[in-house]
Design a protein around this ligand. Structure first.
Ligand code: ADP
Length: 576
């Protein structure tokens, strides 16, 4: 139309294409950061997003970018947005999308897709992407015309945070990306979006249930408060502290719940976990699922007759677990109501209570035993000596505490008991899905979500290897991330096979669990202008940590670990 007649509307009015309208919609509905990999047909969306004031972090691989988006959703309590190309880009992005779904974190994946006219004819990167994302999303939509963009962008963003957070997907065919509307029309579309208040959609908690919960806790002899990353996501730390300190009940965080109350708190039962869960009679579980991480809430780890009070935003979750009492709603609000209910009549499991005393005694014993093990300077390094040195360096940073990213089998297991969390949402690890390879993506998300904090990753060499190329991304954006690689030469470490059990023509190949011994991971970051360190003694590690923490520039510290120090499958040997 515009080509044939120079006096048409198109020449008189500014036209806006779908790339710009998507960017404007994202910015208008609160998106400040995006993660992704550009290419056909989405490069313009990324460029337009930058012009709309959104920080776009460009990755090498959609898998890492997706992990970043998922963790950003958790840390920022707003949807983490991932942009991918069509077909294979969307498939790589499924890693992040599924990770967000399983961890119940808000995330939106936006993928380009092939031209609508060519569907079914073998078009470039053709895939039924709506079908591919289905198992992982709460909501998915395909834009079939530019006029739908503002509404659908708002819809995917809001659906991802409403109720139980999760993953959503928006499909943008390449032909739609070429469509245009006038600026006037674009503004009309943007302003017409029906924005339903998210707060208004939160489920309410009945005061009768709160009263019942308080009565159950009051009647308990050995109560325990368990909290997880749902409570962290809900920013429930202040209400939790009030609840714990006014009642004097011991608490147990899940791995990512660590830091909501400091690990060093006198009521922390972390170091007496088996006793706490094995003997408690009433457990208040806040924003944590009774899944494998909490042994399904069943014997032999838990007592047979333990009564669970579950607080979760998801009604389905509560129905699935069939607790004694379920409070469906936001964790912070539920705890506020509980605190309100007990306000005029506080009860206290003071330190002199036998249950609290037993937990405290067991904790102190276990901490003392661990400290004996940690105090030794073992060289070549086992997992404990460098972990202690790292713990002390992180603690010396004070507040705001660094965000810790942890993955790997032995590295994560040992790290969980040795590294100390003092502030909420400062620990990211393999999570509900036990996802390895999240490290670099999580580091980037953490640095972008909390620019005032240092980010320290403590990873096994295998976990690091999944996304090691993203060290270039760290350097490119100059993010304050220190990646510490526990290098024991493979998955779980050196070759542990019995040579007599290996036969066949490839018996002399390296073990499936092993990598090149002594791999120079520190040189990888140097290739891009970052700082690399190779360390093998306590003094070398201390010096590298001191220098890199104060520089707050991207660095990789390659820590040589004895290849036979860890165990296969870490603490999950029964599942291997
Ligand atoms: P963890 O891994 O720490 O044990 P999970 O991921 O298993 O934690 O459980 C987190 C739970 O928190 C999920 O069941 C989720 O529905 C719930 N949740 C998410 N947001 C909230 C919220 N605002 N309030 C209460 N529960 C929430």
């Amino acid at each position: 139309m515009a080509d044939s007649n120079p006096q048409t509307l198109e020449t008189l009015e500014t036209l806006i294409d779908s790339n710009l309208l998507i960017a404007q919609s994202l910015a208008k509905f609160g998106v400040e950061r995006m993660f992704g990999v550009v290419g056909i047909p989405v490069t313009s969306i990324a460029n337009r997003a930058v012009s709309a004031g959104i920080r776009f972090i460009a990755f090498h691989n959609e898998q890492s970018a997706g992990y970043a988006a998922s963790a950003y959703g958790y840390l920022a309590a707003r949807p983490g947005v991932l942009l991918t190309v069509s077909g294979p880009g969307c498939v790589h992005g499924l890693a992040g999308l599924s990770n967000a779904a399983i961890n119940t974190w808000p995330m939106v994946m936006i993928s380009g897709s092939c031209d609508q006219r060519d569907v079914g004819r073998g078009d470039f990167q053709e895939l039924d992407q709506i079908e591919a994302v289905k198992p992982y999303v709460k909501f998915a939509a395909k834009v079939t015309h530019i006029s739908q963009i503002p509404n659908l962008v708002f819809e995917v963003l809001s659906q991802s945070v409403i109720g139980r957070p999760g993953a959503c997907y928006l499909d943008v065919p390449s032909d739609v990306l070429h469509q245009k509307v006038s600026e006037f029309e674009a503004n009309r579309l943007l302003n017409e979006v029906e924005r339903v208040g998210i707060e208004g959609l939160r489920l309410g908690i009945g005061s009768a249930e709160v009263g019942k919960a308080v009565s159950m806790i009051r009647a308990a002899e050995r109560p325990l408060i368990v909290f997880g990353k749902g409570a962290a996501y809900a920013r429930a730390e202040d209400e939790l502290r009030r609840f714990v300190e006014r009642t004097g009940i011991p608490f147990l965080p899940t791995p990512m719940g660590k830091g909501l109350l400091p690990d060093t708190h006198e009521l922390a039962a972390t170091a007496a976990r088996s006793l706490a869960i094995g003997k408690c009679d009433v457990a208040v579980v806040v924003g944590a699922r009774l899944n494998w991480l909490l042994h399904f809430g069943e014997p032999p780890k838990w007592a047979k007759d333990v009564k669970f009070i579950l607080i979760d935003v998801s009604k389905e979750e509560i129905e699935l677990r069939k607790p004694h009492l379920g409070l469906v709603g936001d964790a912070r609000e539920a705890l506020r109501m509980i605190n309100e209910e007990i306000k005029d009549d506080p009860f206290c499991f003071a330190r002199s209570h036998p249950w609290v005393e037993a937990i405290s005694r067991k904790s102190k014993d276990n901490v003392a035993k661990l400290e004996v093990q940690l105090a030794k300077d073992v060289v070549p390094f086992n997992f404990f000596t460098p972990m202690r040195i790292i713990r002390d360096a992180i603690l010396a940073e004070g507040s705001p505490a660094p965000i810790l990213v942890s993955e790997g089998a032995n590295t994560m297991d040992v790290g969980r008991s040795v590294l100390v969390q003092t502030e909420p949402r400062t620990r990211l690890d393999a999570g509900t899905w036990g996802t390895m390879g999240v490290g670099l993506g999580y580091c980037i998300a953490a640095a972008v979500a909390s620019p005032d904090r240092l980010v320290v990753a403590v990873e096994g060499d295998s976990g690091f290897g999944f996304s090691a190329m993203e060290v270039e991304t760290l350097v490119r954006y100059q993010l304050p991330v220190i990646v510490i690689v526990f290098n024991n030469g493979g998955v779980y470490g050196g070759d542990r096979r019995n040579p007599e059990e290996i036969s066949g023509p490839y018996k002399d190949d390296p073990a499936p669990t092993s990598f090149v011994p002594g791999a120079a991971y520190h040189k990888l970051i140097e290739a891009f202008g970052g700082k690399g360190y190779l360390v093998g003694t306590p003094e070398e590690l201390k010096s590298a940590l001191k220098e890199s923490f104060s520089a707050r520039k991207p660095a990789v510290i390659n820590v040589t670990i004895d290849p036979y120090a860890g165990s296969e499958s870490g603490r999950l040997q029964h599942k291997n």
